[in-house]
Ligand binder design. Structure first.
Ligand code: MN
Length: 415
């Protein structure tokens, strides 16, 4: 498969990918649907109005309508876009007037949230991450709580503060309990952290009271983005008992702008981890694999650095509970999903120290500060630090990637 649009072998957006996003341009400030191809964005509304794409999903400021359309529509729209971009198809390739209007440089457009996110749920599904956190804060011999291997632990997050890549994030103010003190103090978070996660957008939902089985999960899962689930560790530590994270997590959650459809990821589906000690309860058992081999990376760029520096290399395959199991568990109570809802995976940590998905783990609660090449040291994130996450699956001579999700931490607002 080859496109008439040219790009390098390490480009994240070849014709095999075709992720969907919402963009606006200087000549047309209306947010609308597009796909990324090479270093360009193809304006899907133009293909629709020219009759080249017989659909009506993309003249909207979000992808919710398209997400709700379901697998058969996703597949046929994708096939039609792929055909229009194919080097052997002349309808777009040889129409220079239309090409002129239909393509924009990615560097020249503004990206918006791909969906109106009604609900956002954050899971905790990487065994190594849960083990690391349990080891640091509780007991190395009983790092995983008794429920962890029996169910995908999660909490209901805050959808209103999910922001698009590039949005600056203010260091939050809040309550923390200083070491050895009895009373909390108020002020800016001192242990600001990132969490490397993947996000999944939900397509068609389910009726209240009607669970989705692991077997049918594929009918409801639209595609993936990168997620940075910003975390205020000191605020989290004081507030999270007994009901879980609150202000430590609701300050902001950053996502990458391009949603990769699962069809583009089929080639990278690999075996799920073995779950036999214990075997999950029947409603969580899953025949089809929902694990994907996707390289993930976290970089930091402090105000004095000229180039970002890699501080972690992980992989989406380091997940214990997969998306189908998360969806089945989330809905087994009868909880209803809606198109555009988002699941985040939980911090994805690999087995080695250099593959941990948070600063908390990389610098081991501040006991092993990270040395950066310019001489700076980090235990947690400082004001002005830009955190950039990227990720891709490596195919034979091509990559299916996300681009990136970035966010800079700004000083806390004065109270
Ligand atoms: Mn998280």
């Amino acid at each position: 498969m080859k496109s008439f649009i040219t790009y390098s072998e390490d480009c994240h957006f070849p014709i095999q990918n075709l992720p969907y996003g919402i963009f606006s341009s200087t000549d047309n400030p209306n947010p609308r649907g597009g796909v990324a191809i090479g270093e360009l964005v193809l304006d899907l509304t133009l293909l629709e109005s020219e009759g080249l794409l017989p659909s009506n999903y993309f003249s909207q400021s979000n992808l919710n309508l398209f997400m709700s359309a379901g697998k058969e529509i996703w597949s046929s729209v994708r096939r039609q876009i792929q055909e229009l971009l194919d080097e052997n198809n002349s309808s777009l390739k040889d129409n220079s007037e239309l090409r002129e209007r239909a393509f924009y440089c990615q560097s020249e457009v503004s990206m918006h949230l791909p969906a109106q996110i009604g609900d956002y749920t954050d899971f905790y599904s990487s065994r190594q991450h849960a083990t690391n956190v349990g080891t640091m804060f509780r007991d190395p011999n009983n790092a995983l709580l008794p429920n962890w291997l029996h169910l995908p632990v999660g909490y209901h997050g805050r959808a209103s503060s999910v922001v698009i890549s590039g949005t600056p994030v203010y260091r939050p103010n809040g309550q923390t309990l200083p070491m050895g003190e009895e009373n909390p103090v108020f002020g800016p978070c001192r242990l600001m952290d990132f969490e490397l996660e993947m996000g999944c957008f939900i397509g068609p939902g389910n009726e209240l009271g009607e669970p989705i089985s692991t077997e049918n999960a594929g009918d409801h899962l639209f595609g993936l983005v990168l997620v940075n689930d910003w975390s205020a560790r000191d605020i989290q530590k004081w507030e999270y008992v007994p009901l879980g994270p609150f202000g430590a997590k609701n300050l902001a959650t950053s996502i990458s702008p391009w949603v990769i459809p699962f069809e583009a990821l089929e080639a990278f589906r690999i075996d799920d981890p073995i779950q036999e000690n214990p075997t999950p309860l029947p409603y969580l058992q899953c025949e089809k694999n929902w694990t994907f081999d996707m390289n993930l990376e976290v970089k930091i760029k402090s105000p004095t650095m000229t180039e970002p520096e890699t501080i972690s290399e992980s992989n989406y395959k380091y997940m214990y509970w997969n998306l189908a199991q998360q969806l089945a568990h989330h809905t087994i109570t009868g909880c209803n999903m809606n198109p555009g809802d988002m699941f985040a995976s939980g911090t994805i940590s690999g087995e080695e120290a250099g593959s941990y998905g948070s600063m908390l783990e990389l610098a081991w609660k501040g006991t092993k500060p990270i040395q950066l090449s310019n001489g700076e040291v980090r235990k947690f994130i400082q004001d002005g630090d830009n955190i950039i996450m990227t990720g891709y699956a490596q195919g034979d001579g091509y990559r299916v990637g996300f681009g990136n999700v970035s966010g800079k931490i700004l000083p806390a607002k004065k109270q």
